[in-house]
Design a protein around this ligand. Structure first.
Ligand code: ADP
Length: 476
């Protein structure tokens, strides 16, 4: 809890009796304010407040009042502070300038009128009008800011001495100073006005810039939007065209291969007849040519059959025949058929035995076709080592791998081998077997038809692994 403690007798006392005193009170008030360290603006505020009060008391009131004005300094100090501790407190505590105007007006009656008439509240920190000992006392205070240095008792004594010995300046001197102050204030106002105008100009310019940028960005955005819309429409159109072209191609493949099958089968049958020992004997050369015809016709028939299969798969004509299939059975059958293909002793065909028990919900025939295709390729592209088929069941379905130790597929071609007719160039099968380039695209189609997928991982020279993944429960 702090309280205000006075710092000895008032710095200055002066009477306020007539209009001429108003001027003096104003002038001396400013001197006191300057002496205790208030800054220039505060000095003027206090002087103005005093002059307003003085004018009200001795000029405005119909019966002029008389008054005494006292200037003193207080410090914030503990309420219990004793006089002995004062010097130290004065040095350390924040100080306040207090101006008391004790008037001849009787206490009570004019207080409100006075407070309203003298609008000086905002010029000082506190402004109060009270009745004390039957008199009306006006009290104003203004905080003395810390940086002005400690107001020691010695310094206050010196200020008091100075104020009481120096004569007030003449009205002319005071007027000249006031004029100077007025001019300085005017100059300051003008500078502020100029600065404000400059800032306004800058702001307007920035606004124009922002607006221009905004307009430009909006236009660019609009343009981009229009471009995107047009591109979108074009893409849509292209994809419709592509779909139509792809459907036409599938139809064409299906029709042509269908039409080709009958004559090719006829050619094979006829050459078989020609070569039949029961038929008329052929010369050695004729026999050789007939063998060539039969070989070529067989190749053509397998191409036609592959095309027909792929065409069917692509046109959506293949409808899987879903059932619960025991994978062991599929593996068993494949082991039998593929063993017949693996005629070379350098390649050991290992169909994993036993495949993990369990049922796959799938189409047995289509799945067998996919795996047979992969095993067949493995044998075709592996000179020595092994072709191995393994199966694994997990939470996300079945994984069947067909891996070999063959020539492998370079990384950049691993997606291309799933394109129709694509064969890795310059690397015919080391076993001499010929192909159509349709086996893998067909196998992948079927795997997807079964709700799964077919992928490859391979390292040239080391081998390849083809992985069929099938979901636990394919969604039709
Ligand atoms: P095809 O075997 O009739 O040529 P595929 O579509 O089955 O056609 O295979 C396409 C190509 O992918 C093959 O020509 C071959 O170059 C490559 N390829 C397929 N399987 C293997 C494999 N197991 N090892 C190495 N290359 C393979």
């Amino acid at each position: 809890m702090t309280d205000r403690t006075a710092t000895g007798p008032a710095l200055l006392r002066m009477p306020l009796r007539a209009e001429s005193d108003v001027f003096l009170v104003r002038q001396r008030g400013r001197e006191v304010a300057a002496a205790v360290g208030l800054e220039h603006q505060d000095q003027i505020r206090l002087a103005t407040a005093l002059s307003e009060i003085g004018r009200y008391l001795v000029v405005t009131l119909s019966t002029p009042a008389r008054a005494d004005v006292a200037f003193s300094v207080t410090v914030d100090a503990p309420a219990a502070g004793s006089d002995a501790a004062l010097p130290a407190m004065v040095e350390a505590a924040p100080a306040t300038l207090v101006i008391e105007v004790t008037t001849s007006l009787p206490a009570g009656s004019p207080e409100r009128a006075l407070a309203e008439a003298v609008v000086v509240g905002r010029l000082v920190d506190t402004f109060t009008v009270t009745g004390e000992g039957g008199r009306t006392v006006i009290r104003m205070t203004r905080r003395i800011p810390a940086p002005t240095g400690p107001l020691t008792r010695d310094r206050l004594d010196m200020i008091r001495d100075n104020l009481n010995t120096t004569a007030p300046r003449t009205p002319l001197e005071e007027m000249a100073e006031q004029n100077e102050q007025l001019l300085a204030a005017l100059e300051q106002t003008r500078a502020q006005r100029d600065e404000l105008a400059r800032l306004n100009d800058e702001l307007a310019e920035t606004n124009r810039g922002v607006l221009a940028l905004y307009t430009q960005l909006s236009e660019e955005l609009d343009q981009t939007n229009r471009g995107v819309v047009a591109l979108h429409a074009e893409l849509e159109e292209r994809s419709v065209q592509l779909r139509a072209a792809s459907e036409a191609k599938s139809r064409f493949l299906a029709n042509v291969s269908h039409e080709l099958r009958a004559p090719v089968t006829a050619v094979i049958g006829l050459t078989r007849l020609l070569l039949d020992p029961a038929s008329d004997p052929l010369t050695a050369e004729q026999r050789e040519q007939a063998e060539l015809i039969r070989g070529s016709a067989s190749d053509l028939l397998s191409l036609v059959n592959d095309l027909l299969d792929l065409g069917k798969a692509e046109s959506g004509a293949i409808e899987p025949n879903w059932s619960d299939v025991e994978l062991r059975t599929v593996f068993g059958q494949l082991r039998g058929t593929v063993r017949a293909m693996a005629t070379r002793p350098e390649v050991a065909l290992v169909v994993v035995d036993p495949a993990p028990p369990g049922l796959i919900h799938t189409d047995e025939v289509l799945l067998t076709q996919v795996l047979r295709n992969l095993l067949h390729n493995g044998l075709k592209f592996t000179e020595r080592g092994e072709v191995r088929m393994t199966a694994q069941a997990g939470g996300d379905g079945w994984t069947i791998r067909v891996s070999d130790t063959g020539i492998g597929v370079p990384a950049e071609l691993q997606e291309r081998i799933f394109e129709e007719f694509y064969q890795v160039p310059g690397r015919g099968s080391p076993t001499g077997a010929r192909g159509t380039g349709l086996g893998l695209p067909y196998a992948r189609r079927l795997a997807r038809l079964l709700g799964g997928d077919l992928r490859v991982a391979s390292e040239p020279g080391a081998g390849s692994t083809f992985t069929v993944h099938l979901p636990p429960r394919p969604s039709p």
